[in-house]
Ligand binder design. Structure first.
Ligand code: PLP
Length: 383
């Protein structure tokens, strides 16, 4: 096996050549600053930004003035969490979330905790599903927000967002969702679902890195936030600074393609995931899926390699297969996966987890080759 096999599309994706093509003119010919109002050249940039904003708004079925451009999901989440907490702290300082969230949510919550906010973590079962009765009872008069990720980045587990949205709507509490792993994989309509703030990144959907979206509901309900960056008044005064026009154009192009090609993309990814699992399970014993297929998105395979440590497997595959033992940011960490621990799995199991995430760019041949290599490594390490 000579070619490196990439099975880590939840970590990031290559930029689609059609997206690159859409971006290029905004780096060369139409480079002007969209905030320059004195000459026509800048109008090209401004029009492109507003077209991109409208296109993303249409896909999410929201209004264009509810879409803010950021540098990534991490920024969108930090901005929303801190901006909402600061604005609503006179109403209350109680926030509810889940221990399975990404570090881009957990760490801003830790900073809020140090500022005197109370963070309540709703328990999960061993399939990664939230205890909705707990959630309903945990909401109090001083609860200002619930934070719930739409799809887990490690396990691919889908949260019951309709039910969570209903609970939050009835209680009049803001629901903020990290949809980074859900966008382009399933229908995401925040307004319909009762989600008032939603974050995601361009690079997970074959768009450019360093780009993100924050949807913030401006009516029914109108969510208030403290601005993130003060400067030139861009992004409705919430995030000053010259806009990344090529990045914004690229994000919208990637978003549109992810939307229109969703079914074919998922079908190919699922075929490759199923092929790999079949070969792997036939040639080994001791490897199992962490959650059943029905609980997770079809392109994700989270596996427990019982009896070995994921770090050993990753180092054996370093130059051959790209997979992950957790979120991209913590790959290589010696800590067991916090997501698996949050689901009540033992530390031993949490050390043995490997995430494979496929895309339409994978094929059956490489899935078989990767499975054979993985099986061989596991069988010899287990001995
Ligand atoms: C669920 C989830 N949230 C947030 C992030 C952070 O995204 P970014 O690094 O693009 O800011 C990631 C990236 O791994 C993610 O998977």
């Amino acid at each position: 096996m000579d070619r490196f096999i990439y099975l880590d599309y939840n970590a990031t994706t290559p930029t689609d050549p059609r997206v690159v093509e859409a971006m290029l003119p905004y780096m060369t010919n139409w480079f002007a600053n969209p905030s320059s109002k004195n000459y026509g050249l800048a109008a090209h940039s401004l029009t492109a930004v507003e077209k991109a904003r409208q296109s993303i708004a249409n896909g999410l079925q929201v209004d264009a003035n509810e879409i803010l451009f950021t540098s990534g999901a991490t920024e969108s989440l930090n901005f929303a969490i801190q901006g909402i907490a600061s604005k609503y702290q006179s109403k209350g300082r109680h926030i509810i979330s889940f221990k399975s969230e990404h570090r881009a949510v957990l760490e801003p919550l830790e900073t809020l905790q140090r500022r005197g906010f109370e963070i309540d973590f709703c328990p999960l079962d061993n399939l990664g599903q939230p205890d909705l009765q707990y959630l309903e009872k945990a909401i109090r008069k001083d609860t200002i927000m619930v934070l719930a990720m739409w799809v887990n980045n490690e396990t691919g587990v889908v949260f019951p967002m309709e039910e969570i949205g209903q609970i939050c709507r009835e209680a009049g509490v803001i629901l903020l969702s990290d949809a980074t792993q859900a966008i382009g994989k399933m229908e995401i309509y925040p307004k319909k679902t009762g989600v008032s703030a939603l974050a995601f990144a361009g690079h997970k959907i074959f768009g450019p890195k360093g780009t993100g979206i924050l949807y913030l509901s401006r009516k029914a309900p109108r969510i208030q936030v403290e601005p993130l960056l003060y400067g030139g008044g861009q992004e409705f005064g919430f995030r000053g600074g010259t806009l990344n026009v090529p990045g914004i154009v690229g994000t919208a192009a990637a978003f549109d393609l992810a939307f229109s090609e969703r079914n074919e993309r998922l079908k190919q990814a699922e075929l490759c995931r199923k092929t790999l699992e079949k070969v792997l399970f036939e040639s080994t014993s001791g490897i199992e899926r962490t959650v059943p297929e029905s609980m997770a998105l079809p392109h994700v395979s989270h596996l427990l390699f019982t009896g070995v440590r994921s770090a050993q497997l990753l180092s054996a595959w370093y130059n051959k297969i790209g997979v992950s033992s957790g979120s991209a940011c913590s790959s290589g960490d010696l800590d067991p996966s916090h997501v698996l621990l949050s689901m009540g799995l033992s530390r031993e199991k949490a050390f043995a987890g490997i995430r494979l995430s496929f895309s339409h760019l994978n094929n059956v041949e490489e899935s078989i080759a990767a499975a054979s290599l993985m099986a061989g490594t596991y069988n010899s390490l287990k001995k």
